[in-house]
Design a protein around this ligand. Structure first.
Ligand code: NAP
Length: 227
């Protein structure tokens, strides 16, 4: 049975990814920076499959280290990493406060990088791994980086990290970025076009790519996007 870690799994798209992966027979570690919220979400998904909560704040290096140690003690390897946790601060590059910039970089870029550094070596050693970096159309140069500044810049950097990691890793460990589209969550708002179920599908596809699947790409559903 494969094991997946989904960051920010307690709500929104992350929660739906946990549900869909569990439904496909994956052992899901639902990462949540608030343990109670994550445990409650994991209980709600119990009928879908094997889901357990892991307290994980991706902005805190000590929290990631603790998770890694905990999993090592249980002889559990992360096969699939879904870097989903993110924050969105609205405002232009000059308007945003420095701490809003720092939080965007801490969570949206460095959080994903830290999780990769913690869990990718195990995938390389095992000769199998899938990493899904949840990005956004707002992080695309080709689409004009049209989102709020800190969010767009941090997602563009996450895209760059995706490409860089894919170059560095063997083909057996696939690293891709994905745009879920505009989704009805706390971040996307009630007017968004897609349900969390629709938004999550493209992420789950990349999480379960076959051995001949792509690496170093940027996708929305099955469509390849320009960076
Ligand atoms: P959401 O409902 O706001 O959920 C964000 C999740 O990230 C929450 O679980 C939140 O936890 C978690 N999070 C934030 N900071 C964290 C930290 N330091 N450590 C761990 N978890 C943290 O957002 P969403 O719409 O589901 O978005 C999921 C992903 O899709 C994000 O990467 C987002 O950028 C991307 N995306 C969304 C849309 C959209 O329209 N919704 C569009 C494009 C891309 P708490 O509950 O503790 O705050």
């Amino acid at each position: 049975m494969r094991t997946a870690l989904v960051t920010g799994g307690n709500r929104g798209i992350g929660l739906e990814v946990c549900r869909q992966l569990a439904g496909q027979g994956v052992h899901v570690l639902l990462g949540s920076r608030n343990y109670e919220a994550g445990a409650e979400a994991a209980r709600e998904l119990a009928a879908a499959g094997l889901v357990e909560c892991l307290e994980l704040d991706v902005a805190d290096p000590a929290s990631i280290l603790t998770c890694r140690q905990l999993l090592q003690l249980r002889h559990l390897r992360v096969d699939i990493l879904v870097n989903n946790a993110a924050v969105l601060a609205r405002g232009g590059a000059l308007e945003l406060a420095e701490d809003e910039w720092l939080e965007a970089v801490q969570v949206n870029l460095l959080g994903a990088l830290r999780c990769c550094r913690a869990f990718l070596p195990g995938m390389v050693e095992a000769g199998w791994g899938r990493v899904v970096n949840v990005s956004s159309g707002y992080g695309s140069f080709a689409q004009g980086l049209t989102g709020p500044a800190a969010y767009s810049v941090s997602k563009a950097a996450l895209n760059a990290l995706t490409l860089s990691l894919a170059r560095e890793l063997p083909e057996t460990v696939k690293v891709n970025a994905v745009s879920p589209g505009w989704v009805r969550t706390r971040m996307g708002g009630a007017d968004a076009a897609r349900s969390p179920e629709e938004g999550a599908r493209g992420l789950v596809r990349l999480a379960l790519l076959p051995d001949d699947g792509p690496t170093g790409g940027f996708f929305r559903d099955e469509e390849s996007l320009a960076w």
